[in-house]
Design a protein around this ligand. Structure first.
Ligand code: IMP
Ligand code: MG
Length: 230
C-alpha cells in the first residue's frame, strides 16, 4: 500500500489489502475458469452487498430527479445492471412513497487496453440520440475500474461538451497504482480501492475473456499464457 494516499480513501470507500485475498478452493468457480484463476480478491456476494449500499447512496442523492446512467461497455455492463436493479428495488420497496426517480440507462463504447496494458490512446463512441439525452440531464458515468484515469478524463471532457446539468461517476474499483496514475480525478461513488493488480471477473476481462466469472480474481500465469494476444 506504500506510496498511495490510502488515508484519503479510508473514510470514503472499502480499502482492500492483499491479506483479504482468498484461495480459489474456498468459493465456487466454474470448472472452465479454475486453472486460469490465481486467487479471489472479492467474492461475488461481497461485491453485490457493496453495490447495494452504493445504490442506497445514489437513490438518496438523486430522488425526485431524472438520472441518465451511462454505462461503459463492456466492463461495466454487469456492475451497471446490478446497480440499476438495486436502485429500482429500493424505489419499489419505499412504502412511504417518498422516492421517485426517472432512470434511463444507456451504453458507451470506450477502448484503450490490449492484453493487460493500457495503450494510452482512448477511443470513445457515443450515439447521436445519447448526446441529446445528456443535455440538461443529471448524468452518472458507470465504470468498472479506474487505473490511470485516462479513460474517465477523456470521457468527462467529451461529455461536458454536450452540456449535462450535472456529471458524476460511480466506479466499482480503483487501483492503488501510483506508477500509472495520470489523471487524479475525484470519483463520486467508489465501491472498493484495490491493490495494484490486473483483475478479472464480474465483467472485467483479459482480452475479452473472464467477464462471466462471478468473483473478482487475479489471473494465473496459465490464464495469461492461454489468452494473451498472439
Ligand atoms: P484507465 O483508463 O487507465 O483508468 O483504465 C480504465 C480502463 O482500463 C477500464 O475501463 C478497464 O476497461 C481497463 N482496465 C484497467 N485495469 C484493468 C484490470 O485490472 N482488468 C481489466 N480491465 C482493466
Ligand atoms: Mg472499461
Amino acid at each position: 500500500m506504500t506510496g498511495y494516499p490510502v488515508q484519503k480513501f479510508l473514510q470514503k470507500t472499502v480499502v482492500v489489502d492483499t491479506n483479504w485475498y482468498v484461495a480459489k478452493e474456498f468459493f465456487p468457480i466454474d470448472k472452465f475458469y479454475y486453472n486460469y484463476v490465481d486467487k479471489i480478491i472479492l467474492s461475488n456476494g461481497l461485491i453485490i452487498d457493496r453495490t447495494e449500499k452504493i445504490a442506497q447512496e445514489i437513490t438518496r442523492d438523486y430522488y425526485n430527479k431524472d438520472l441518465l446512467m451511462l454505462v461503459i461497455m463492456n466492463g461495466a455492463v454487469k456492475f451497471g445492471s446490478v446497480l440499476s436493479q438495486k436502485i429500482t428495488e429500493i424505489l419499489r420497496s419505499d412504502i412511504a412513497n417518498y422516492y421517485s426517480m426517472n432512470i434511463c440507462v444507456e451504453y458507451i463504447d470506450i477502448k484503450s487496453y490490449v492484453d493487460d496494458k493500457s495503450t494510452g490512446d482512448v477511443k470513445i463512441r457515443i450515439d447521436e440520440k445519447i448526446k441529446q439525452k445528456i443535455k440538461n440531464n443529471n448524468v452518472l458515468i458507470v465504470e468498472d475500474i479506474y487505473d490511470s484515469g485516462n479513460s474517465l478524463y477523456h470521457l468527462y471532457n467529451l461529455l461536458n461538451t454536450f452540456e449535462p446539468l450535472s456529471l458524476r461517476s460511480v466506479v466499482l474499483l480503483q487501483k492503488m497504482n501510483t506508477e500509472h496514475l495520470k489523471y487524479n480525478l475525484e470519483i463520486d461513488y467508489l465501491c472498493f480501492l484495490i491493490p495494484n493488480e490486473f483483475v478479472i471477473g464480474f465483467g472485467l476481462d483479459f482480452n475479452d475473456q473472464f467477464r462471466q466469472l462471478n468473483h473478482l480474481c487475479v489471473i494465473s500465469k496459465e490464464g495469461i499464457d492461454k489468452f494473451k494476444s498472439k
